[in-house]
Every structure is written in C-alpha cells, then in structure tokens.
Design a binder for this molecule. Structure first.
Ligand code: BEZ
Length: 309
C-alpha cells in the first residue's frame, strides 16, 4: 500500500463514482478499479458496497477514508512546515559602506524584513572593494557600495547618484551667508577625508572629483571614518566633503552647504554574484523602488548591470 492508493480511494469515495474519480485523477477507469481492488485484497475486506449506485463505503471503508484524509493532510502540512523551517534557517548577508547607514539603508532593510519575516538578515560593514572579495567568497550575498569596479563575476546596479555636500563649522566666518560653495572656493582649505587606508577609497574619489574640475587640493588630511571627519570640523578644524545623507549627523556647531559645481555626487551601487539574481535580489530592488517612491526621489533603478569600469 502506498500514498497513491490513499489518493485513489479518497477520490472514489468523494466522487461516489469510478468514472468521475478517474477523470479527477487523470487516469483511465480500469487501472483505478484495479488499484482499489488491490487495496481491498491487501486489507482482506471490502471498502465499498458492491453494486451500490452512487458508490457507498462499507463501515471499514468509511473508517479507512477518514484515516486516509488525515494522513494526506498531515503530509501536506509536513511539506509546508518543512519549507517554512527551511526559510527561517535562511540568512541573507548584506555588506554595506558605513555612510549608507546614515541614509536610506535602515529604512530599506526594515521594509525588506517585513516582506520576508522568516529570513535572517546579517548586516556587515565593509568597504566597497572588500565587498567584491566577500561576494566571491560567499561571506556576503549582496553589497551596497559607493565605488565603481569591474568584474565579470559580480553584477553591479547603479541605484542613484547621491549629491555631495560640504560640512563646515556653523560659525566659520568664511561661509557666513553662503547658500552653497564651488570646489574652487575650498581647494586651498584643510579638507578631512576618509578612510586613511587603501587605494581605491572615498578619499581618493574626492581627490578625483577635484582633478576632474582641474583642481589640486593640497591640504588633505586623513581620518578613518566619516564621524571622525565631522567631529574635526565641529571642533573648528577644516571642512569635509560628505554624502548628502550624512546631514543626519547633527553635531553641535556643524552645518552643511550644497556644492554648486555640476555632478558632484557619489554613486550608490548594489552588487551581487552574477547569475545570483533570485527572489532576494528582486525583492530588495522592489523595496528600494518603494522607498524611493515614498520619499519622492525621482530615481529610476536601472535594472541592467553596469558594464563600465
Ligand atoms: C540610497 O540612499 O539611495 C540607498 C542607501 C542604501 C542602500 C540603497 C540605497
């Protein structure tokens, strides 16, 4: 006896007809009759009243029917529960650069968790290039970074270009009454950049922006992270170019000025292993679109991967 016998018997009882049951089961009637017969042979008693129209069960048949239903329903439950257990055991490891935590990343992760309550999300801070290696080794499944890189094993999607702003001391007399600054206004000033290690860093990105505008800042100072850079500025020492979302850091004596040169921005990329764009990535992109719409950011996520370097 196997599960097929139970399914066949349930269909015959519920349809009260071999003809209708065979249609429901998508099999011919003779094999169905043979299966029921072999079931009765194995049990050594009739389960159906012979010659009854519509078909009626014997007392043993009714008992067998109830039990068979319970077994099948337990089996369906077993499948569902196992899938759910599998889901809760799933973990999505997300690498991110620290400054993104000051902007939309927390909202995005919060909404994403609501969509997949069973999944465990691990957030790991790391630089963009570290993310490249971490994706390849499986240490993370998805990365949010700011720097461009090119590697065929990794797919990179540009989410948006976040404007950069200048953090200055609130009482700095040089910027009293300023609504914004040009890079040329600050090229000779002390500029705090971060991080202080690595080759392809946000600090170098800022230097390249000056270079693209034909400028060469000579007074760059380095610290390990954005909080230290802003702390230095709030202490009355120099200034710092930071992503606009950093305005969430409300240190006393700090103010942020727009940079007026065109295109002074920092890209935000989502990266994942090429070919690994399953359910999680699609849902993550949908969540990001939802947050952008909610805060009326007119960004259109370009779902095509970036091929430039
Ligand atoms: C954003 O600010 O656009 C952003 C931040 C983190 C992840 C994705 C998008």
């Amino acid at each position: 006896m196997d599960l097929r016998h139970l399914k066949y018997f349930i269909a015959v009882v519920e349809e009260q007809s071999f003809t209708k049951a065979s249609k429901r089961l998508f099999i011919a009637q003779p094999p169905l009759s043979r299966q029921i017969q072999s079931l009765e042979d194995e049990l050594g008693l009739p389960l159906l009243e012979r010659g009854s129209r519509p078909i009626q069960t014997t007392e043993a048949g009714q008992f067998f029917y109830q039990y068979a239903k319970r077994i099948l329903s337990s089996m369906e439950q077993m499948v569902l529960m196992t899938k759910r257990v599998g889901q809760t055991a799933q973990t999505l490891k997300v690498g991110f650069v620290g400054s993104l935590l000051l902007g939309l990343l927390p909202q995005i992760i919060y909404e994403f968790r609501k969509l997949l309550p069973g999944i465990n999300i691990e957030l790991i801070e790391m630089g963009t290039l570290e993310q490249l290696e971490a994706l390849k080794s499986g240490k993370i499944d998805v990365g949010f970074g700011r720097l461009k890189f090119s590697d065929p094993a990794i797919t990179r999607i540009l989410l948006r270009d976040e404007p950069l702003v200048l953090a200055v001391h609130e009482h700095d007399p040089r910027f009293m009454g300023f609504d914004g600054v040009y890079l040329s206004d600050i090229v000779d000033e002390a500029l705090w950049c971060y991080p202080n290690t690595g080759q392809q860093t946000f600090a170098n990105y800022i230097k390249n922006i000056f270079a693209e505008h034909g400028l060469n800042p000579k007074n760059i100072k380095y610290v390990s992270n954005i909080q230290l850079a802003l702390g230095m500025v709030a202490s009355g020492e120099g200034m710092s170019i930071v992503p606009q979302n950093s305005r969430a850091i409300l240190m006393t004596n700090l103010k942020y000025l727009p940079i007026l040169d065109a295109g002074v921005a920092s890209p935000i990329f989502l990266s994942f292993r090429s070919g690994d764009d399953g359910e999680f990535i699609q849902l993550l992109l949908k969540t990001i679109e939802f947050i952008y719409q909610k805060i009326e950011l007119n960004e259109q996520i370009n779902l095509k991967s970036c091929s430039d370097s």
